[in-house]
Design a protein around this ligand. Structure first.
Ligand SMILES: Cc1cc2nc3c(=O)[nH]c(=O)nc-3n(C[C@H](O)[C@H](O)[C@H](O)COP(=O)(O)O)c2cc1C
Length: 333
């Protein structure tokens, strides 16, 4: 069995925001309870839910409530919401506080059409006044330091609003800013501008968490060193390697890296199946893992063949069987 790392400091009053407290980013379609537990096992100190619709919360749709599923081990947890108006966000916050959640984040970075056409996500970067009103309403409900904002640098390269938002966000009592330093128009193209992270860190009175092109533990350490940010948030890096926070912690502490061999990967995939199976709520959980496992296996010899077999799996037993054959997988690139 894989050896657990020491868990992060789980303070109930404040969230751990420090270089040796790596976060798991919000990841729509992925950062559900089982994925968060998997990443926490490997050293993620704080985890975020997938973005949750403020409107959906208001109407308590089954889908939305499913996204909020959590457990005692899933702590500390940040619930990320997206919305486009203050009254709905206030009602959503009332609901979340009733449900017992303590930390929140406003999504100001999602640039997918479905979200921005409602005026939510990265569309808020075109309306900084509204963004601040919404963040302020959230802080009023939750308390100082309990609400963060996750944003891109601006709508496009002509409107880099991230610096002008830093001061008012600190003033209204926001607890942190997580910056993905690309514009909304860029989506995921080009490179994340760590230079912008450095500027924000120099300027901001509240902690800055880096998100953007942190694909490996080495990337995260470089980012901390080059920008001085308070912490890092793993996103695509965690999808490729849910143990990335553990690798990062080992690197930070000058310890040996976790193994990178096929046996380790097999154990990690089997661990994922075990955790997902335990928290399975419907056949959709199997679908989620069918999408995650091929990401984790990418680059491994025989990965293409394995991927085909994994996406054909209809249940957990089939998935376990496929993974058990991994060591015999054909050594094709
Ligand atoms: C599949 C996927 C889903 C994402 N979902 C969210 C989300 O729900 N909320 C959010 O703020 N950002 C979301 N993001 C953005 C990431 O949290 C992160 O900021 C971005 O991927 C940049 O980091 P990276 O380059 O290290 O992956 C998502 C990214 C991906 C790839």
């Amino acid at each position: 069995m894989i050896k657990p790392l020491k868990s992060g400091c789980l303070s109930s009053a404040t969230l751990p925001i420090a270089p040796d407290r790596p976060w798991l980013a919000p990841l729509a379609g992925y950062s559900d309870l089982p994925f968060r537990l998997l990443c926490r096992f490997w050293g993620a100190s704080v985890a975020c839910t997938e973005m949750v619709s403020a409107k959906g919360l208001f109407y308590s749709t089954a889908n939305t409530l499913q996204l909020l599923k959590t457990s005692e081990a899933d702590s500390p947890l940040v619930v990320q919401i997206y919305g486009s108006d203050v009254p709905t966000v206030k009602k959503a916050m009332d609901r979340l506080l009733d449900l017992g959640f303590g930390y929140f984040d406003l999504n100001c970075g999602c640039a997918v059409k479905k979200v921005i056409k409602t005026g939510s996500g990265a569309a808020l970067l075109k309306n900084p006044g509204l963004l601040l009103d919404m963040a302020s309403a959230m802080v009023e409900k939750a308390g100082t330091g309990r609400v963060g904002v996750k944003m891109r640098s601006g709508w496009n390269s002509h409107t880099p609003v991230y610096l002008e938002l830093a001061e008012p966000l600190a003033r209204i009592g926001a607890g942190w800013i997580a910056l993905h330093p690309r514009t909304a128009v860029q989506l995921f193209t080009g490179r994340a501008s760590w230079q912008d992270l450095k500027k924000l860190k120099e300027f901001s009175k509240i902690p800055v968490i880096a998100s953007g092109d942190l694909f490996t533990a080495e990337d995260a350490l470089k980012c901390i060193e080059q920008t001085g940010v308070d912490s890092v948030m793993f996103a695509r890096g965690a999808l490729m390697d849910p143990a990335i926070a553990g690798r990062y912690m080992n690197l930070l502490q000058g310890m040996n890296d976790l193994p990178r061999n096929k046996e380790f990967l097999q154990q990690l995939c089997l661990q994922a199946v075990e955790i997902y199976r335990r928290h399975s709520h419907s056949s959709r959980t199997v679908l989620r893992l069918r999408s995650l496992l091929p990401r984790m296996l990418r680059g491994m010899p025989g990965a293409r063949e394995l991927r085909k077999k994994i996406i054909a799996c209809k249940n957990w037993d089939e998935m376990t069987d496929v993974l058990m054959t991994m060591t015999d997988a054909e050594e094709t690139p």
